[in-house]
Design a protein around this ligand. Structure first.
Ligand code: S3P
Length: 195
């Protein structure tokens, strides 16, 4: 196994809206010097519309299709040494969960309903939270998604109260350990179908 700075593949951040994927992604990028891909931003650049506009004009399923396409593209190109942060609903499709696992070390950033409410309250760019009762929506989505984040992630981290630098350092240490495990190598090299 060839190691580039100790990390042979990618670090992928998953988790609910407002859990800190962008902040931690940026911090990881600063520490490792790897390119950072945010799937939402990538989709916006490709389509020339914001996520909000895509939901409004083409519907959620079209957006989910775009998410799957990005993951398929990154998986087929076997990209390495990237930080990848993802939209909160990317784990909804089984094919996506498989591809995330193939791409590298998957980290679930965990946040409570309260923290999510505080972090997303003033932002109008998340179509799924534009409701009169965001708390109920967040709780329902969390209940649905928790098992999927759990199934997809190699580790989970509760970020509340922690400095993003500390979280990023912890993730890098865990990733080094993960990639150095023989078992992990078998998992990563498994050439399974992603469809
Ligand atoms: C979504 C999360 C958003 C974005 C879209 C849908 C979701 O990304 O992909 O609004 O289904 O949870 P963030 O998690 O980066 O906010």
């Amino acid at each position: 196994m060839s190691l580039n700075h100790g990390l042979p593949r990618n670090i992928i951040l998953i988790g609910f809206m407002g859990c800190g994927k962008s902040t931690i992604g940026r911090s990881l990028q600063g520490k490792l010097g790897y390119p950072w891909i945010d799937t939402d931003e990538h989709i916006e650049q490709c389509v020339g519309m914001s996520v909000k506009e895509i939901f409004a004009k083409r519907g959620e399923q079209a957006f989910r299709e775009l998410e799957s396409n990005i993951l398929l593209d990154m998986t087929e190109r076997r990209i390495q040494h990237h930080i990848i942060s993802t939209g909160g609903g990317i784990i909804g499709r089984q094919e996506n969960r498989k591809m995330l696992g193939k791409l590298g070390f998957v980290v679930w950033l965990v946040a409570s309903t309260q923290v999510i409410m505080e972090r997303t309250a003033r932002n109008r760019d998340r179509p799924l939270l534009q409701t009169d009762d965001p708390k109920t929506r967040i709780e329902a989505l969390l209940q649905e998604r928790r098992p999927l984040y759990e199934e997809t992630a190699h580790i989970s981290i509760e970020t509340h109260g922690l400095d993003s630098n500390e979280v990023a350092s912890g993730i890098i240490e865990s990733a080094r350990y993960f990639f150095n495990q023989a078992d992990a190598t078998q998992v990563l090299d498994r050439d399974e179908s992603v469809s």
